[in-house]
Design a protein around this ligand. Sequence first.
Ligand code: SIN
Length: 281
Amino acid sequence: MQTVTGEYRRIRVTPYGPALGGEVRGVDLARGLDPETCAEVRRALLDRQVLFFKSQREIPPETQVAIGRMFGPLHMHPAAPQMSGHPEIFEIHVHRDSRVANGEFWHSDVSCDAEPPMGTILQLHVLPTSGGDTIFVNMYAAYDALPAELKTRLSDLTARHASEHVYRERYSDRGVDDADKAYPAADHPVVRTHPETGRKALYVNRTFTTRIHGLPDSESQALLGLLFDHSEQPRFQIRFRWELNDVAFWDNRCTMHHAIWDYWPEERKGRRVTIRGGRPR
Ligand code: SIN
């Protein structure tokens, strides 16, 4: 099951970088998506892993929710505050008084969930004068580049993805009281098979993955360290420089990303919807 690139009738897609990414033009997302364009976007996403929609206007929240739903039911974030009137929307907002910046370390979104999100659609409406780029990594390429013996060793391994250490009190400065909350943790294969392309991707990340099962602690830490360092290499990356109202749509099943917080005390703000995914296999 491989992705067929093919021609597009409704959108224009150009590669963003050799490793991954596609720049998309010819669609005005503020007007919503028709089914044919949606099918082309899905195909482009499978082909390029992350898409950047350029020359956009601000998308009304209800339209962004409707666009997300065209790709599947929406995921509710286990920790982040919900946008008033739009519980499916996660507002990204970093400013001079922020204690943490969302997405600041390498991760695949909410990989601590038993069924982590398949994709995320983020539009930014407030940008710093410079900085605030997001780096994406192609986790198919990271897997493909591993030595054959290591691929064999990883093939039966599962790892713990936890979130207590990430989310506890993380959003207290935005009014979230999580005293009575339990944060998710789940076990996932270290190498997952993408349910739509059939390709194998490395599925561990520095934010959520805490342990590889069946190995002594020191061996688990050493192997995770090796896999993190390997997958974060520049040769598997692209670095996206945002312009106002750009929209990024990434596939969490075969990418990781890292939002760089290098713009303090300036502000960066936007809205994200996240699409539910299945259990990684
Ligand atoms: C995220 O991980 O959802 C944030 C990405 C970004 O702000 O660029």
